[in-house]
Structure formats: C-alpha cells, structure tokens
Design a protein. Structure first.
Lengths: 368, 326
C-alpha cells in the first residue's frame, strides 16, 4: 500500500456552557461553590471597571498608552482561576484582569502605563513574569519555566497567554513544539479576540480554528466560548489537571472579542464596523454571568450592587495611591539601577555624568 | 512644492516609486486598510491594491524572509516593521541571508530590498517602542543603514534606497514623524546613499549627528553662537553605513574639534566608529579629544525619565564647551 490514509489526531472540541443570554447547559455546569462563583464575578468586574477607569485616565492625559481588555475578562479569569499561587503565570500584554487576579496591585499598572519602570515590579514571591510586549515571545519562556518545573520534580504548572496574532510568530510554534516534545506542564491560552490591530483572524491564518494548531505538535487543543467564564474555567481545569499529573501541554483557544482599540493609540473605526462591535457587545461575558448567578440564587441584585461598589472603591483607592506615589518617583538616576546585578564601573561613570546634568538643573532642555 | 511632515514625505516617496515601477511592493503589519500605525502608508492600498500593499500576518521574520525571496526574483520589496524594537526577529534573515546573498553567489544574486522601521524615543511610547539600535545593522557587512533627519531628505533617501541594488535598512526617527513640516518638491528627488551633508557651516567646532539628533545639534550650534560666539559646523550623516568619512575629515581638519551625537547607547555605538575614523584620518589636526553625547549604556527608560536619557541641546553645548576649553 504505497498510498493510504494515515491516522492522525484530528478531534477538536468546542465548549460552551453559558450562552449569550445566560442560559446554562446543565450537564456541563462546573461544580463551583457560591464563594468561588462570586469570586469569579468580582474578578471579572474588577478587571472591567479598572480598564474603564484607565481609559478615562488616559483620555485625561493622566496615564500614557495602554491596551484595553474590555470584553476579554472571562477568557482571562476563567483560566487563571485554576492556578495555585505556586504555579507560574506568563502574560502577553492584554491580561490585566488575570494579572490582578494573580495579585498584581492596581496602582502598579498606573505607574507602568504612566512611564514609571517601578510599575513593572511584581510583589515578592510572585511566580509571574511581567508583561511581554514583543508578540508571542513569552511562549518560549513559559515552556522554559515548565521544563524547569518538571526538572525540579514539582507539580507546578505554567499558564501562558497570547493573542490570535501571536500564532503567526515562530516563537509560538517553537514554544508549542518544545512543550509537546518534552511533555511539559504548559497551558497555552490563546485569547482569539478576532483582531491583531487591523488584521482580522481570517487573514492571520488559513485554518478555521487556532486550536487545531495543537495537532501539528501532538498536543490536545480545545476551542471554547471565551466570553463564557464557565466554559473557559472547565477547559482550563482539564488542561491544568492534565499538566499537573504529567499529561503534557494543552492549547486552549478562547473565542472572544476586543471591544475597544488595540491600544489607546489605535483607532479601530479605520478597519472594522460598528455593527460588528455591537454584535459582540451582546455577547459580553459579564452580564451573562450575572444573569446566571441571579438565576441560580448565588447572588441577589443587592449583592451585585455591593460588589460593584466595592470594586469602585478599590479602584479609587488605587488611583489615589498611584498618584501619590508618582509624586515621589521619577529620580532620573534610578534608571541606572538593576541593569546588572553589579553596576560596572563604566556605567558608574555615566551615572555621575547624569548626576552632574541633573544638578545643573537642565532647565533649558527643549528636546526629549 | 508642498509643506509636508516626514510621514507625508515618506508616503510620497513610496507612492512615486510604486507608480513608476511595478517591481516595488510593500509588506508589513497593518500597512493596508489601517495605513500603518503611523499612517505612513495611508491611502496606498486604495491606489495600488492589496497585491502591492500587502497586509501580512504578524511575523516580522516572515516579512523580511519573504522579501528576500521576492527581491531575488527581481522585485523591490519595501518592508515596514512596525517599531524597530520588533525588528530583532528579522536579524537572522538580514544577517544570514539578505546581507550576503550577493557575496555568496559571487554577484549572481542580489537582494534589492528595504526594511523601514521607526526608531528612537521622545513620543511617550510603551516599552520596546523607543530603542535606538542602528548599530546592529551598521555592523553587518552587506547592509546599508540610512537614517534621514527630516521630511525632504527622508523622501529623497527613501527613493534612492528603493532603487538601490542592495539591502537597505531605513530607520525613521518616530519623534520626527510629525515634529515639523518642510517644503518637499512634487517632482522626483533622490539623494545619494552614503553621503553626509554639511547643514551648517562653521570654523571652530564640528558637531556630527544623524536622525532625530540633528535638531538638538542645530539648536546647540545656535546657542554656542549666541552665548559663546563659537562658529559651529554641523554635519548630518544621513547614511550610517557605508560611512563616508571624507566630509567629516575635511570638516575636522578645519575645526580641530568635534562632538559626535547619537541617542543610541554609547558603548560600541556609531560614535565609536566615527571617532576612530577621525583619529585615523585627522589626528594631527585635532586640538582636543573628540567628545560623544549619547544615550547611556542602558535600556531607554519608560517615558517619565526618557528626557534624561536622550541627548539634548544643553548636553551638547556642555560637551562642546569642554572640548573648546582644551
């Protein structure tokens, strides 16, 4: 038989549990306690409200450019909800809600996006990496962390995030291949938000799904409704359990939508229609989850309102803390810190040059 | 003549080269309907269609790697890398292939392509969006590295780069994109690659700069004249590599003093090469050590501290005064 069919894994599932109207596919409902359900809701809402606040601050010139997450809260929170503190979280740059869940303080985002390197400092003992702006590059670091975690014979897992655009980068393919070859405890979460700046996912790839790329590397892939926090949670739970028990990596494609601009420097009206945005607005992950919680009796309207108020207070306090902190920061000499474990003498010399310039006042600066 | 920003002037060069030569095709991320994140390719997709203004998937190495194949075939691809901070992916293709196919094939193959990328600071950008790493390209034999300093020379140099038979890295200072307007002639204009220009004549001191640093150098020259009565010559390199030192030597032979300015980190930066050439060719005419005003050997900090990193007129004046005092 010189020419015959070869059996390859081609099974690909799509998972949706809670539809656009908050209706539940009962048998698929994950077993989550009331407290866990409330925590999921609160985390998504905090991500949403904080994102909205950052947009206001950006428009008022109080912070610089940043990438909004609106609409993608379920893809993030549903996935990271499965991590333990000792697991690793490796974000791209549009995972604000997930980063907050992992414990990154709200004020640090404001410092970072207002041009202070101090904003990239993560709390001590956090097993997270700072955001990775060069698209897709972090997937390999996640594979490396996962390799190290198995070398040390831990049961830690690594979860990394990236977008649909990243799946065109070599780093993504190389990372997935490595993870599969070494059967690493990696969960690769693709937030397919349909647009890589102005390029729609149909022009990013010729395959009908991104999840199927997993098959090329010999790992399971699953596509989920990324605006359904229960579906994301359930898919990620399986993947985390598989990774933790030595079953190797998984690719999860969360089908979601970037409701806002790529970054605040972008104008999406140039490349997509209002109708399309409206259509996705109706699939907003937060109201549908609220409807589910109300229907289930986990929360009442009063509690939802209460959570909303708490979240707003938390954000307001963070804005105030950040603005206070910014008054203390900004010593230019600090830019010399932390480049190396030990500052080379040539850099110490350059630091004194700057010190001299700073002392001279530099009042006549007109460039930069 | 029309007054144009550098963005408009680069757009004009692309438009004119594409109109007269169907070998010229553009590739890049978001260069089509979006017109590029800086709008440099605005309107070109409407005029030339998606076959010639190619919105690519998000893969810088693929953009440049494909351009190499297209160039070998005989096209003249012009790649846009969204920010030079994302050009490191292309390094392998440029260093290993674009730069050496002519040499490896002993002249049978050539790679007439351009890689455009915005570089440098000053626009309150995110991390990875403000670096100045032109030295990487200038260090690679087989590549040409061109860095305009304003609308008119950007247009003329880009036209020359597109027509050039060898691969050209075309770095555009993003801080200059909309910083000022200049008269740019409607009719075609090119400038030779590899030739610096004297942009201000003087007898006491030579300032050597390129890209975004030409403006603070000019400002420093004004300050030195009004405050110190010093006549400063300012040279705009325009092309970093291949570096033509003839004009630099001529100037320094006359002035005996020089300050080299770039926003790239100092160590192993373009200034080191320029100073070496001056030492080799004009040593006996030097009255003082040549000074450098550069970025520090650091990652450029996030924007709250950026102005302290970037060279400015005051730092240039200070360096010039130290040089003049010797």
């Amino acid at each position: 038989m010189p020419r015959h069919d070869i059996e390859v894994a081609d099974r690909l599932e799509y998972l949706s549990i809670l539809d656009e109207d908050g209706r539940l596919d009962q048998p698929l409902e994950p077993q989550l306690s009331d407290d866990e359900l409330k925590a999921l809701y609160r985390a998504m809402l905090l991500g949403r409200r904080f994102d909205e606040r950052m947009l206001d601050l950006q428009r008022q010139g109080r912070i610089g450019t940043f990438p909004p997450i609106k609409g993608q809260e379920a893809s993030q929170i549903g996935a990271v909800f499965n991590l333990r503190p000792e697991d690793w979280f490796v974000p791209a740059f549009r995972e604000t809600a997930a980063e907050i869940w992992r414990g990154r303080p709200l004020d640090s985002f404001l410092l970072y996006f207002n041009g202070y390197n101090e904003g990239a400092i993560l709390p001590d003992h956090h097993k997270d990496l700072p955001i990775a702006i060069p698209v897709g590059s972090q997937v390999l670091h996640a594979a490396g962390l996962a390799w190290a975690a198995s070398y040390r014979r831990t049961d830690e897992v690594v979860m990394t995030f990236f977008g649909d655009g990243a799946t065109s980068q070599g780093d993504f393919h190389e990372g997935l291949n490595m993870a599969a070859v070494y059967q690493l405890p990696l969960i690769a979460v693709c937030q397919n938000n349909q647009w890589a700046i102005s390029v729609p996912v149909e022009k990013q790839t010729h395959t009908p799904t991104l999840a199927q790329k997993a098959h090329a590397y010999g790992m399971p892939g699953i596509r989920v409704d990324g605006n359904d926090v229960l579906a994301v949670y359930a898919a990620a739970k399986e993947a985390v359990e598989r990774a933790r028990s030595g079953g190797g990596p998984t690719l999860i494609e969360c089908v979601t939508y970037r409701l806002m601009m790529h970054t605040t420097a972008d104008d999406p009206r140039r490349y997509r229609s209002e109708e399309e945005v409206d259509q996705w607005q109706r699939r907003d992950p937060i109201p549908r989850f609220a409807k589910y919680l109300l229907g289930k009796g986990t929360v009442g309207e009063a509690l939802l309102e209460d959570i909303g108020n708490q979240v707003m207070q938390e954000i307001q306090a963070a804005v105030e803390r950040a603005e206070e902190r910014m008054k203390e920061l900004g010593d230019p000499l600090d830019m010399f810190d932390h480049l190396y474990a030990e500052m080379p003498s040539s850099l110490r010399t350059q630091r004194s040059e700057l010190e001299r310039d700073v002392a001279a006042g530099d009042k006549e600066v007109s460039h930069g | 003549m029309a007054k144009m920003t550098m963005v408009q002037a680069i757009n004009l060069a692309l438009q004119q080269e594409m109109t007269k030569d169907d070998r010229v095709v553009l590739l890049g991320e978001d260069i089509g309907r979006d017109g590029g994140v800086f709008r440099v390719t605005d309107g070109l997709i409407d005029r030339f269609g998606p076959q010639r203004v190619v919105d690519t998937p998000l893969a810088e190495s693929a953009i440049v790697g494909m351009a190499i194949g297209m160039a070998v075939y005989g096209l003249h691809p012009v790649c846009e890398i969204q920010f030079s901070g994302f050009a490191y992916h292309t390094f392998h293709q440029l260093e290993s292939h674009a730069a050496r196919l002519r040499w490896r094939s002993q002249g049978r193959l050539s790679v007439p392509m351009v890689m455009r990328a915005p570089y440098g600071g000053g626009v309150r950008a995110l991390e990875h969006h403000s670096e100045s790493r032109e030295a990487y390209w200038a260090h690679t034999p087989g590549l040409k590295t061109v860095i305009p300093s304003g609308p008119r020379n950007a247009r003329a140099l880009l036209a020359a780069a597109i027509r050039d038979p060898d691969p050209v890295i075309f770095y555009e200072a993003k801080g200059l994109y909309r910083a000022f307007r200049e008269e740019v002639p409607e009719e075609e204009e090119t400038l030779p690659i590899g030739r610096p220009q004297i942009v201000r004549e003087g007898t006491d001191l030579t300032l050597i700069a390129y890209g975004a640093m030409v403006r603070p150098a000019m400002e420093a020259a004004d300050l030195l004249q009004t405050e110190d009565g010093v006549e400063t010559e300012v040279i705009d390199l325009l092309t970093l590599s291949p570096l033509d030192e003839a004009l630099l030597l001529q100037s320094v032979t006359k002035t005996g003093r020089a300050v080299v300015i770039h926003e790239a980190p100092r160590s192993f930066g373009p200034g080191a090469e320029i100073v070496s050439r001056l030492m080799e060719g004009a040593f006996y005419h030097l009255e003082a050590p040549i000074a450098r005003v550069t970025g520090y050997d650091l990652i450029i900090p996030l924007f709250s501290r950026e102005r302290w990193y970037l060279p400015n007129a005051r730092r240039i004046v200070d360096a010039a005064r130290r040089t003049l005092s010797l």
